[in-house]
Design a protein around this ligand. Structure first.
Ligand code: 5RP
Length: 228
């Protein structure tokens, strides 16, 4: 825990590449992440892996990567304190609450994170949200949001258009630490230039690459071009 604390304090944007492990097994997830480990700072137990193996996936990923920040992408929609406790006690440093959840769910997840100690919550946002909700989240003490171009919306043709970029910008201006995800590729990084992005997440771009280590390196090099 202390090692992770120190790492969180020292992190700057160049140290914030997250791999999304939406695998069906933790063995495959560990093997995929090991290939690019050198360039990874944050390890995400993806929603798909969580559905496949439950909290055991978090325990195994934490064991395999004790020095990395672990995110359980639970997309919690209700029972925030139950899921939060389960994910945090299994080794997650952050977990996600979906933007469709009641603000009460967010509050209870934040609360359990504080009670367990040093755990943080991210609201995972798709385009289905209102700015009124965002204000409520702020009042509830939320620090982090994840802007997610949904995998299914991508299949239907969703791009990183100006609306996406302006939303991310506005969220950052409100003081949130904003993470960007959803089919992020190297050439997408520059679209966010000038916005203080907290973390970039890439899943398939790294996992499906012929050379995952090179793919992760290229993402980090690209981040370093625009943020220092
Ligand atoms: C799916 C997710 C993924 O973790 C996220 O989209 C990142 O993965 P990829 O880069 O493969 O899109 O939240 O629900």
């Amino acid at each position: 825990l202390h090692r992770v604390d120190r790492r969180q304090r020292q992190m700057c944007i160049r140290d914030r590449l997250q791999i999304a492990l939406d695998n069906l097994s933790s063995d495959q997830a560990i093997s995929d992440a090991k290939k690019a480990e050198k360039y990874l700072d944050v390890i995400e137990v993806g929603t798909i892996l969580l559905a496949s193996e439950g909290k055991n996936a978090i325990i195994k990923l934490k064991e395999a990567f004790p020095n990395k920040i672990i995110v359980a992408d639970g997309k919690i929609a209700d029972a925030g304190s139950v899921f939060g406790k389960m994910f945090f006690e299994s080794g997650a440093d952050y977990t996600t609450v979906i933007c469709a959840a009641e603000t009460s769910t967010l509050k209870q997840t934040i609360e359990i994170g504080k009670k367990i100690g040093n755990k943080d919550v991210q609201v995972e946002m798709t385009s289905h949200f209102t700015w009124e909700q965002v204000n409520e989240w702020k009042e509830a003490g939320l620090n982090q949001v994840v802007w997610h171009r949904s995998r299914d919306a991508q299949k239907d043709g969703a791009k990183w258009d100006d609306k996406n970029i302006q939303t991310v910008k506005r969220l950052a201006e409100m003081g949130f630490k904003v993470t960007v995800t959803g089919g992020v590729e190297k050439d997408d990084i520059k679209l966010f230039k000038g916005i203080p992005i907290y973390i970039f997440i890439a899943g398939r771009t790294i996992r499906d690459a012929q050379n995952p280590e090179l793919a992760a390196k290229e993402l980090k090099d690209e981040i370093s071009k625009y943020w220092n």
